[in-house]
Design a binder for this molecule. Structure first.
Ligand code: AMP
Ligand code: MG
Length: 494
């Protein structure tokens, strides 16, 4: 049985120390409110990795208080729950006020390593910003968000994190009747581009400055030393966002809803809806069934991120003053994106540096892959294995045009050999995962969870936490998607 002292400790307060820097910004930024309780909550999933980082005890989840807290049925002592207000551009159109319509932020807690991380309960009921929504999140989308948050983090892609999911059988109406869930998300801050747009659009320049100062002081302190701190902030966010999108492209990740309210000021991947990892490579692939024009298609992610940064620049203009300064701060986007993408693609070849030769080779391979709809993750992983000494055959057999792939593989060898000092097969294996969270894997875990079998979520999580290792016990998860996978349609409904 469990140590009763540990239980007593977690029962009291989960062991968290709380801090409330966002709450302290004042009432213009949020509404204080408690989560709305759910009926008879139960555990759906937990990330022990995240729990350990937060300094929670090993058996933290056994305490009833933990379940009640993360289901939103209990307000832990020391927390100050709130819903924040923001606005944003959705699908390129100004949407006006949005805000945390189904999330509550109880505050920041101190992680085991001394960092302060905000917790946020998503799906926690109505807030003043719920608009037409019901304040809830369904089990299906909560499982998708939970798994991909931890999966992207393990891939080295900056993301909000996830601690746990709680469920309740209380019905939630979407296209069909589903059940409710709450995901506890974790991030240094959940501030979005849309928070800045909100105050700027309303002419609340004092609050705009307060928010910018908050973000600079807590997350971009180096900007203070710059001659124009707010332009420096825009420049820093531009660079981080460009680097983030390069990482998405390099692992074939599509976000699906890159509205300005879904872009993090910290350059984290945030707000997972109809996201997808690429199966057969198609640069025009649209993962969001509701995105009829393909605004957020794979190849559109970089220009759309730039467009969003332009909206952020516009919002910061009252603080920056000079339009030319703002434009200069946005300027690094293309160079940073291209350099980061080239570097990451070269790493997939096992090369520590990109060169004209590696860039051209990657372009040619991607063109061939696009022509043949070659599976993105499998092709890159097999190439990495070839870099590490496996025969070329496993790569060749992925292609119909054997002459084309043979020519590319021959060129690959001429690329590697003279660059021997820059070559590291381990880098290739650490750059192209053996497993990604494909839609059909999430679908399987969701189907079982709907029958109250939550084991596959934990099993998937365990594998996704080590994406660059081989997982022979789950070889099928690393294989080609089944035929039915291409019929999965993920809309914005969540
Ligand atoms: P999303 O597309 O999920 O990023 O959400 C866009 C906006 O709609 C945000 O302000 C959300 O808080 C809000 N929202 C989405 N779903 C719901 C819901 N079921 N209830 C209330 N607000 C929601
Ligand atoms: Mg959102």
């Amino acid at each position: 049985m469990h140590d009763t002292d540990t239980l007593a400790h977690t029962r009291a307060d989960l062991g968290f120390s709380w801090r409330h820097r966002f709450a302290d910004l004042g009432p213009a930024f949020h509404t204080r409110l408690a989560p709305v309780p759910v009926h008879e909550p139960y555990w759906v999933a937990r990330s022990q990795t995240m729990a350990r980082e937060l300094g929670l005890e090993d058996e933290w989840w056994r305490a009833q208080d933990a379940l009640d807290t993360f289901a939103g049925n209990r307000v832990p002592p020391g927390s100050q729950p709130l819903a924040s207000v923001y606005s944003g551009h959705q699908f390129g159109v100004w949407a006006g006020q949005l805000g945390d319509g189904r999330a509550v932020l109880p505050g920041e807690v101190e992680a085991a390593d001394g960092r302060w991380l905000e917790l946020q309960l998503k799906g926690s009921g109505l807030t003043p910003y719920s608009r037409m929504g019901d304040g809830r999140a369904v089990l299906r989308s909560s499982i998708r968000e939970f798994l991909v948050s931890e999966a992207l983090h393990a891939l080295g892609v900056p993301s909000t994190r996830a601690l746990c999911i709680t469920g309740s059988d209380q019905p939630v109406r979407r296209e069909q009747v589903e059940t409710a869930a709450v995901v506890t998300r974790v991030a240094p801050s959940f501030v979005r581009f849309g928070h800045f747009e909100h105050f700027s659009h309303r002419g609340q320049h004092e609050q705009l400055k307060q928010l910018a100062d908050f973000v600079i002081d807590n997350f971009y302190p180096e900007c203070r030393a710059a001659p124009h701190a707010y332009a420096a902030l825009l420049d820093a966010v531009t660079r981080r966002t460009a680097a983030l999108i390069a990482q998405w492209q390099a692992v074939g990740f599509m976000h699906g809803v890159m509205n300005t309210d879904n872009l993090s000021i910290l350059g984290l991947t945030i707000d997972y809806g109809p996201y997808q990892f690429m199966d057969g490579f198609d640069p025009d692939h649209i993962c969001n069934h509701s995105d009829h024009l393909g605004r957020y298609a794979y190849r559109r992610q970089p220009p759309v991120a730039h467009w969003n940064l332009l909206a952020l620049g516009q919002a910061l203009l009252p603080l920056i003053g000079e339009p030319d300064l703002a434009m200069a701060a946005l300027e690094p986007f293309n160079d940073v994106f291209t350099a980061e993408l080239n570097r990451r693609m070269a790493a997939k070849l096992g090369l520590r540096e990109a060169s004209e030769g590696s860039n051209a080779w990657v372009d040619d391979l991607l063109r061939l892959m696009a022509r043949e709809r070659t599976d993105f993750s499998i092709c890159w992983r097999r190439l990495a294995q070839h870099a590490a000494g496996a025969p070329a055959e496993r790569v060749r057999e992925l292609f119909l045009d054997q002459a084309a792939i043979d020519a590319l593989l021959a060129r690959y060898r001429t690329l590697i050999e003279p660059s021997a000092p820059l070559f590291d097969a381990g880098l290739a294996l650490r750059s192209s995962p053996s497993i990604v969270l494909r839609n059909h894997l999430a679908e399987q875990a969701i189907a079982r969870a709907k029958l109250k079998d939550f084991q596959m979520i934990q099993d998937l999580l365990a594998v996704l936490e080590r994406p660059f290792d081989e997982h022979p016990a789950h070889a099928d998860w690393a294989g080609f998607p089944p035929d039915w996978a291409s019929h999965i349609q993920i809309s914005c409904s969540s």
